[in-house]
Ligand binder design. Sequence first.
Ligand code: GH3
Ligand code: MG
Ligand code: MG
Ligand code: MG
Length: 309
Amino acid sequence: PVDVVGLTDRIEALLRRESHTGYRVMIIDDDVVTARYYSTVLRNAGMEVHLLHDPAQVLAAISDFRPELILMDIYMPVCSGIELSKLIRQDNSYVDIPIVFLSSEVDPERQLDAVRAGADDFIAKPVRAEYLVSSVVSRAERYRTLRALIMRDGLTGLLNHSAIKERLQSEMLQAKRHRSPLALAMIDLDSFKKINDSYGHGTGDQVLRTLARLLQQRLRRTDIVGRYGGEEFAVIFPDTSAVKARAVLDEVRQAFGRISQHAENGSFHVTFSAGIADLGQASDADALFEVADAAMYVSKQTGRNRITL
Ligand code: GH3
Ligand code: MG
Ligand code: MG
Ligand code: MG
């Protein structure tokens, strides 16, 4: 029995300091009471917690919740934590999520099995709240920092190619599960070679940054923007029909076309062409990118500076 309310001053200080971090932590434990206790401790420390009692749901739950750390029990009736950990590690996009075992296991051999299965740490039960919070915060923080570096494009700060692909996969699964709409846009700058040739590559880069910022400012916080390639961008519109996505993106298109871009040897305007695909048009992320790309190509062929659905 651990006292949740009677936190020491030190814990409280720690909790206060970390209260804005909001790390997403998934707890997998068949024991509901224990899981609730850990969850209370972490929520009080300002974290978002997702409790999972059924290991069979784990991959779908990870894809939905995108945890920044997984706390898991070793002994569960359906599937052991060690097996579960191996299963999670098989998915390339989950190889680096910190996994911490919480267990009363004292046998060093079994502890070693856990580490071999891909666990990052082993915390013995009963665990002190202060220790739990510290362990979770330090690992989740490092994970978030590294992820941000790995997933972001250096020039624009947007999600990079592999990150946007990964996000599309998980957003498509989620949309299908919740029977909600989803649209994908592919954007390609018009006659960009000429911009580089006339005004220099540095000015071209500046244009890319301008579009990246405009997309982030004009779209909703829930829309996901990535730099798909050199001068190609992709936008995922969760919970949005293709028709609505086109309307929203068309306002961005018009606003972008009005921006006066500046270079040392003059001012100019740039436009983009885009294609929109709807969730129903493809069964996986790669195929949906192709549909949006084909629509974008139609925009190019029919005169540029337009959006094709
Ligand atoms: P289109 O309207 O048909 O798209 O014509 P385009 O000239 O834009 O043709 P395309 O999309 O094939 O060419 C892309 C050009 O974008 C080629 C390359 O010089 C430029 N580009 C790609 N990545 C970057 C980048 O990171 N910075 C700059 N400045 N230019 C880039
Ligand atoms: Mg158990
Ligand atoms: Mg291109
Ligand atoms: Mg282009």
